[in-house]
Write a protein that binds this ligand. Structure first.
Ligand code: PEP
Ligand code: MG
Length: 875
């Protein structure tokens, strides 16, 4: 039962056995890199250690002895040897990296005798005694459980007594004095002398590192990251090299490419005459890696070559820890480097150009989610700031502005040239002008698919939703977070990508779409099967989506066009009309406005397909807020009871009450509106056809696809199809023009999916509205669920993901699958797409690819992500 493996052992294989670090050290050794020699005690030995009651079993001890002999022979040094002492590091190394969670001991092998030999051998007594005191401190802390504060206090006192300002000011004899004091502390604290036998030190250290697998923070970390407790950690014993043995030594950290821009140039820093901790501790300012070219040209050459070799071997940008000991380079650690989105794209593209990666591999290297960061203004992460409150990261991007609490205030201030952040309990379609005016939106209620979130994402504006830390006092125009109060027009900055809200103005960085970005996405377009469309309601949004690579519009929501402040009075007239003649009059006035909207969109989209969805929301959304109306009416009863205004208000209130519903999202909306008021859709269809004919007259091949929302029964679609066809054909007959159009349906209630075969007979296309389909399949209100219980469900793992963000493939996805299959069973060529928010989410896109949908449709700012995710699904 082999538990211990030398780094160059031929059967030293696999992360499961050796841990991440051990496997890495073995691999580096095998490819001939200058790695300090050593051995790894396997993760299995960790389990054996626990089974033996937290003791190293005898057979493991024996194998450690043998490995140590081999290490001594290879290095020509001996543990505890007075002539040529071997010093080692003892480090943890789990299968999954758990940075800083477990224990490490450095400089093991030092004692009262070897410190003398080290001083003599190196001619650097200061270094020798400094190393010894570091060892006593670390060993006592990690292995013997002595609080390291006790040692630090002694050092502080010594410094003050002798007027030293920093550790490097202390001489060998200062450290000698302190070492004596340290040893006294150990004796007092543990009841025995500091262990002088290096073999005993080693066994104790190994046991301590194994023991640290189960310390509190490691257990917490594992729980958080879902790492199973039975995996255990390996222990790596490695001969120490020293970067603090004079001016031909040093230590540093470098990336093989720039992790922030991706530029193919070594990036990093080092310190001459220093040990690892000194770089991290920030006592001395490190030098840029380029200067090594001048100070140690040979070492720099070797280092640059080693980096190239490492990159070619690991086929990725590397983050490398190195030490130079008396002019000789050692690589201590290498791993794939963390990088920004910008660097990620550039490195993937460059590595394909350099023939390190295939095109498919390069496509797989970039996380589609990261692309969003490139499309928005960003907070300069190098600046320092404090987070005041945190909500859901509803729409990425960063924005600074002055706080306002109403849409009207937002509009007024914007008109006066003041950038504002709209802070609301939640937003409704009534607030749309405020969202348009604001730089960003914060809501204290509502989830990732709340009105504010969807609208803001669609506009590419930053948004935080469900920011429940914030309590708003609308009456006094302030909000508070704990004891901090923020008032009207105070400046705040938000990061919609993280959901963080900060006080004041933060430094921003502009987005830049690089050449590499466009190149990578062009490769993605070649690779993907799914078409990529956009959810856009305005020519501006459509133009932005086109610039990001959209191939058509998959969802144009027409209700937003009704919200324009100029139109809302006419829309209200239409809703409140008592006779259908009155209603028609209002609709006649809306018609040319709608036609203008569509003309603008057709113009932008050229001959690309445009799916226009007819009116969907419940009508009361276009009316004033009931509570406010009640208040205003009550006020007028007192101040001006005989006024006409009161009469009008009362009538309005009666209508608002008449239209009020307990469950508006399950109420009179979607096609149900037009089943009762067919003239509304008739007007919209006429507007579409007029716009299309105008464009056709200009020679454009427009392709309107007219879409009916919220169909649940084929008879609804039958009636709607008849209505649309009559209205469209009437326009064609009147004008004598011809424009091809299609009529399709959203599939967004379970019944529609379950009866998709019947429905397909009446539909030219299906578009899965997975927002409503999720709402109706789970029976979760998309407006309330996230705030009330969904977050809890995700925290306690009742649900793995928020189903409004990540398509629930087992439930909602099953309905999509049934819908597609049944639809295609009737119409083989039935066009299918998805236009819920899921159309812009990576794993949901993979699901759509697997169902062989024709396209996905997402908000403009998600289009690049969708192109890449669709390509990855096809790889
Ligand atoms: C949907 O329900 O998925 C959809 C796209 O429509 P809306 O979000 O407008 O209800
Ligand atoms: Mg819907």
């Amino acid at each position: 039962n082999k538990h211990v493996f030398m780094f160059d052992d031929t059967d030293a294989n696999g992360k499961e056995l050796l841990g991440g670090k051990g496997a890495n050290l073995a691999e580096m050794t095998r490819i001939g890199l200058p790695v300090p020699y050593g051995f790894t005690i396997s993760t299995k030995a960790c389990n054996a250690f626990y089974e033996a009651g937290e003791q190293l079993p005898a057979d493991v001890k024996e194998q450690v002895d043998t490995a140590l002999e081999k290490l001594e022979k290879t290095t020509g040094k001996g543990l505890g040897d007075r002539e040529n002492p071997l010093l080692v590091s003892v480090r943890s190394g789990a299968v999954f990296s758990m940075p800083g969670m477990m224990d490490t001991v450095l400089n093991l092998g030092m004692n009262d005798e070897t410190v003398v030999s080290m001083a003599e051998l190196t001619g650097e007594p200061r270094f020798a005694y400094d190393s010894y005191r570091r060892f006593i401190q670390m060993f006592s802390d990690v292995v013997l459980g002595v609080d390291s504060e006790k040692f630090e206090r002694k050092i502080e006192t010594h410094k003050q007594l002798h007027g030293f300002s920093a550790d490097p000011d202390l001489s060998a004899s200062d450290w000698k004095t302190l070492i004596k004091q340290f040893q006294t502390i150990v004796e007092q604290e543990t009841g025995r002398a500091f262990p002088q036998d290096p073999c005993e030190q080693m066994i104790l250290a190994i046991q301590a590192v194994f023991g640290s697998w189960n310390n509190d923070r490691a257990q917490l970390y594992r729980k958080w990251h879902g790492i199973p407790g039975h995996l255990g950690t390996a222990v790596n014993i490695q001969s120490m090299v020293f970067g603090n043995t004079g001016n031909d030594s040093g230590t540093g950290v470098a990336f093989s490419r720039n992790p922030s821009t991706g530029e193919s140039k070594l990036y990093g820093e080092y310190l001459i005459n220093a040990q690892g901790e000194d770089v991290v501790a920030g006592i001395r300012t490190p030098q840029a890696i380029e200067t090594l070219r001048d100070s140690m040209p040979d070492v720099y050459q070797t280092f640059a070559e080693t980096c190239r070799r490492l990159e070619n071997h690991y086929r990725d940008m590397q983050d490398i820890e190195f030490t130079i000991e008396r002019g000789k380079l050692f690589i201590l650690q290498t791993r794939n480097g963390k990088r920004t989105a910008e660097a990620s794209v550039r490195i993937a593209v460059d590595m394909h150009e350099e023939e390190i990666l295939t095109k498919d591999e390069a496509l797989m290297r970039v996380d589609p989610e990261q692309l969003g960061q490139l499309l928005h203004r960003r907070i300069d992460e190098t600046s320092s700031f404090e987070v005041l409150a945190k909500g859901l990261p509803a729409s990425p991007g960063a924005a600074t502005g002055k706080v306002v609490f109403s849409a009207d205030d937002a509009e007024d201030k914007k008109a006066a040239g003041v950038p504002v952040i709209l802070v609301r309990p939640e937003t409704t379609p009534d607030d749309i002008h405020g969202i348009i005016a604001a730089e960003a939106v914060v809501t204290t209620r509502g989830g990732m698919t709340s009105h504010a979130a969807v609208v803001a994402r669609g506009m590419g504006k930053a948004c935080i939703s469900g920011c429940s830390d914030v309590s708003i006092d609308l009456a006094n125009k302030t909000f508070s977070v704990g004891s901090t109060e923020v008032s009207y027009l105070e400046t705040v900055t938000i990061n919609g990508g993280t959901g963080e809200l900060m006080l004041g103005e933060l430094t921003m960085a502009d987005p830049e779409l690089s050449d590499e970005f466009h190149r990578l996405l062009a490769w993605a377009d070649d690779r993907k099967h799914l078409g990529i469309r956009t959810n856009s309601d305005t020519p501006d949004d459509a133009a932005r989506a086109l610039a990001f690579g959209a191939e058509g519009i998959g969802l144009c929501r027409t209700e937003h066009m009704f919200m324009d402040p100029e139109r809302i009075p006419v829309v209200r007239e239409m809703i409140l009309a008592l006779t259908s003649a009155d209603r028609q009059q209002a609709l006649d006035r809306l018609l040319p406005m709608q036609a203008d909207d569509f003309r603008g969109i057709f113009e932008t989209m050229g001959s690309r397909p445009v799916t226009i969805r007819l009116l969907d929301p419940p009508l009361h959304e276009f009316l004033p807020d009931k509570e406010e109306l009640i208040k205003e009416t009550a006020q007028l009863e007192i101040t001006d009871p005989a006024s006409n205004e009161l009469k009008t208000k009362k009538e309005l209130l009666r209508e608002v009450r008449r239209l009020d519903e307990s469950n508006p999202m399950l109420g009179h909306r979607g096609c149900r509106l037009a089943m009762v008021y067919p003239e509304i859709y008739a007007m919209q269809v006429e507007a579409i056809m007029h716009a299309a004919i105008d464009r056709a007259a200009d020679g454009a091949a427009v392709r309107p696809e007219i879409m009916i929302p919220l169909v649940g029964h084929v008879n609804e679609l039958k009636a709607m199809r008849r209505l649309v066809k009559e209205s469209a054909d009437r326009v064609l007959n009147e004008t004598g023009e011809y424009v091809a159009y299609t009529i399709g349906t959203m599939i967004e209630v379970p019944r529609a999916a379950l009866t998709a075969d019947a429905i397909a007979a009446e539909a030219d296309f299906f578009s899965f509205g997975t927002n409503d389909l999720t709402q109706t399949t789970f029976g979760y209100s998309r407006d309330d669920a996230e705030n009330k219980f969904l977050q809890r469900y995700i925290d306690d793992e009742t649900l793995a993901d928020n189903p409004f963000m990540v398509l629930d493939s087992e439930g909602v996805g099953e309905l999509v699958k049934i819908g597609v299959e049944k639809g295609r069973s009737v119409k083989e060529q039935l066009k299918t797409g998805i236009c819920g928010e899921h159309g812009g989410e990576t794993s949901s896109i993979a699901f759509c690819h697997a169902q062989r949908l024709d396209y996905i449709s997402c908000s403009p700012y998600r289009v690049p992500l969708a192109r890449l995710a669709a390509a990855q699904a096809a790889v």
